[in-house]
Design a protein around this ligand. Structure first.
Ligand SMILES: C[S@@+](CC[C@H](N)C(=O)[O-])C[C@H]1O[C@@H](n2cnc3c(N)ncnc32)[C@H](O)[C@@H]1O
Length: 214
């Protein structure tokens, strides 16, 4: 990193960094039209980044006290159950989503938290808002490269990549490709803790979803 700091010049005036909520900030800022968006949203794996990066948030002075940490936590993509979120109000996220939710509800007695079905719904509602926001500031033939991983709850695989593919299609994006980046192995301990003991762990994957502006 030290070498990069000296060899890669970052003093160009064309670089800008904004700290915004990705669901609303894109539209609010009326950014110039983009050609390529490379992004990796939170995965649907119940990680609360404001918890994981708590020391960095305080050290970097992004938050000063408990209440500002709480306020930031409430702005995170709804990919975890550590917050009592506002409930999602939509669920038209395509056939793959609907099939998965039927299976999740059927296995609900094995979920480690009863709020997981609501979290999954809210997660895809947030991703829908991000894709719709990006659509509104995309240039002609703009692309999105979105890296994401699949998840599993109560032994049911949630094919996050294909569900996002369908959501993009419904929001003005052409689905160009869903490519496998790597297969993920869930550690036994994590699997048992988060998905209920004794349930079989489906093989998960990390994928890249590529969209082009339709
Ligand atoms: C899978 S990580 C990607 C990290 C990034 N690619 C990197 O290399 O640092 C997802 C990131 O999304 C951030 N995040 C969560 N909710 C967000 C929101 N509403 N708006 C913008 N970023 C958010 C998390 O803090 C986390 O850093």
């Amino acid at each position: 990193m030290t070498e990069d700091l000296f060899t890669t010049r970052l003093d160009s005036t064309s670089n800008s960094i904004f700290t915004e909520d990705c669901r609303t900030g894109l539209v609010a800022r009326s950014l110039p039209r983009f050609k390529l968006c490379v992004t990796s949203p939170p995965y649907l794996n119940s990680f609360d980044y404001t918890d994981i990066y708590r020391p960095e948030l305080f050290l970097g002075k992004f938050v000063d006290d408990k209440s500002s940490l709480k306020a930031l936590r409430h702005k995170t993509v709804r990919s975890h159950v550590q917050v009592n979120w506002k409930r999602a109000t939509t669920s038209d996220f395509g056939a793959s989503y609907s099939r998965t939710m039927v299976r999740i509800h059927a296995a609900s007695e094995h979920l480690w938290d009863t709020r997981i079905p609501l979290m999954i719904q809210a997660y895809f509602e947030d991703i829908r808002d991000v894709l719709a926001g990006l659509r509104s500031c995309a240039g002609r033939k703009a692309h999105i490269w979105l890296v994401v991983a699949t998840s599993a709850y109560a032994g049911v695989e949630v094919p996050v990549d294909t569900i996002i593919g369908e959501i993009g299609l419904k929001n003005g994006w052409l689905l160009k490709e869903i490519g496998l980046l790597r297969e993920l192995r869930s550690s036994g301990q994590h699997w048992n803790r988060t998905n209920g003991k004794g349930r079989k762990c489906p093989r998960l994957r990390e994928s890249i979803v590529i969209f082009e502006k339709n």
